[in-house]
Design a protein around this ligand. Structure first.
Ligand code: FES
Ligand SMILES: [Fe+2]
Length: 420
């Protein structure tokens, strides 16, 4: 036997960040299971609001949907009085999933394992055999239903979107979104109608996809469809709006606002995305209506950490990013229109949904690039990405889309949240 145990080694830091700071992201950040585990606590159960769905998905009292915040299953309900609630989809008895379907409608929430049941606010209303049988069994006399509800999350709605957080002291959602809330107000200006869903499994870390819609620099280079057919080009009037902390961002582009410049012609010579030999068999696909009256053909909005709202021509959708371990993520696309759309408008939106989603003519390339990056970085032990387009700071190049400013801001916030 040892007389005394050796001193415990100092805990090693999760990883060493490159000295350049937020202009680099070490590739290990996308691969390491310990990083993933800390993200669950520091980001998903930390001080962020998380998008859970549209109010239009749970239109009536009793409607519910199931989703996730990080790895944890979440249940979103509409109670009898019309209020919206979110709670862990985990029985407060011994942890079973309470709701198993993606959507449902019920008067109460019922756990199949031992028949504890909950109201639509997550309060425990009955526990089977609570008083035992023939004087045997039963829960202790001091058992109080009120102490054993589902774990409720602080929940809020904004413009028909439902968000929740584990942090009861976090600022209200609208304040947290700051200036980026304006991009939501522009698109979510009247009641919504869900048109459909598409969920894709991306074989890459969730942060690779999170960076993608924050990255205005790639849009007109990677996406042949955008540049070739003029929905979004570098030469068009565009802008980038971040909130004061740099957590959230949206970009917009106005079609038909090209300004000729000789350096543009020079810079785009050789871009594979500009291909005048391509023609659409059905140009009607791009016969979009300027329904917001401001000429904006594309607006992509990203709220930290896992929410995207897009308007691409008349296609409207939310995207929710659900991490599935360090090497995979699900991207849930919810396509919508307005409740007062006529049939023709709905047909136009449905046709333009072909631009987006897992096989979309624009967006198919985004997941493909994430998966190629995942292949290229291997175990992540070697190297870091280089994020200096538009400068090395958090503020610069705000008027141009040729900038990785929003990505630098992401890593800045991420490092603060993760203590890295
Ligand atoms: S785990 Fe739900 S009732 Fe037992
Ligand atoms: Fe893209």
């Amino acid at each position: 036997m040892h007389a005394s145990s050796p001193a415990a080694p100092c805990p090693s830091p999760l990883l060493a960040w490159p000295a350049e700071g937020y202009t680099r992201a070490p590739y290990r950040i996308y691969v390491d299971p310990d990083v993933y585990a800390r993200e669950q606590e520091a980001i998903f159960r930390g001080s962020s609001w998380h998008y859970l769905g549209l109010e239009a998905e749970i239109p009536d009292p009793g409607c519910y949907k199931t989703t996730y915040i990080g790895d944890l299953p979440v249940l979103v309900t509409r109670a009898e009085d019309g209020s919206v609630h979110a709670m862990l989809n985990r029985c407060s008895h011994r942890g079973n999933l309470v709701a198993r379907e993606p959507f449902g409608k019920a008067k109460r929430l019922y756990c199949v394992y031992h028949a504890w049941s909950f109201n639509l606010r997550g309060e425990l209303t009955a526990a089977a055999f609570r008083h035992g049988l023939r004087g045997e069994g039963g829960l202790p006399d001091d058992f109080d239903l009120a102490d054993h509800g589902l774990r409720r999350l602080r929940t809020t709605t904004f413009l028909g979107l439902v968000f929740a957080t584990f942090d009861n002291s976090l600022e209200p959602l609208e304040d947290w979104l700051g200036e980026v809330a304006d991009g939501m107000r522009r698109v979510l200006r009247k009641p919504l109608k869900v048109l459909g869903y598409d969920t894709q499994r991306i074989h890459a870390n969730w942060k690779m996809y999170h960076e993608n819609p924050r990255d205005s620099y790639h849009a007109n280079i990677l996406h042949t469809f955008y540049a070739t057919f003029g929905l979004s080009r570098q030469s068009q009037e565009s802008g980038m709006i971040l909130d004061g902390h740099g957590r959230h961002v949206y970009f917009y582009t106005k079609a038909n606002t090209e300004t000729a410049s000789s350096d543009f012609d020079q810079a785009t010579t050789g871009l594979r995305s500009v291909n005048s030999a391509f023609k659409l068999e059905d140009p009607g696909l791009l016969a979009w209506r300027d329904e917001h009256g401001d000429g904006v053909s594309v607006q992509i909005l990203t709220a930290y950490p896992t929410f995207v709202l897009h308007q691409i021509a008349n296609s409207l959708a939310t995207r929710q990013l659900v991490p599935r371990g360090p090497g995979q993520a699900d991207l849930v696309w919810t396509y919508f229109g307005y409740a007062d759309d006529d049939d023709e408008m709905t047909r136009l939106r449905l046709a333009q949904i072909n631009l987006v989603g897992s096989a979309g003519m624009v967006s198919v390339e985004d997941a493909a690039v994430c998966e190629m990056i995942a292949k290229a970085i291997g175990d992540g032990r070697l190297g870091a990405s280089f994020i200096e387009m538009g400068g090395r700071d958090l503020q610069g190049a705000s008027a141009t889309k040729l900038s990785e400013r929003a990505i630098r801001n992401f890593w800045n916030i991420y490092r603060q949240d993760m203590g890295l």
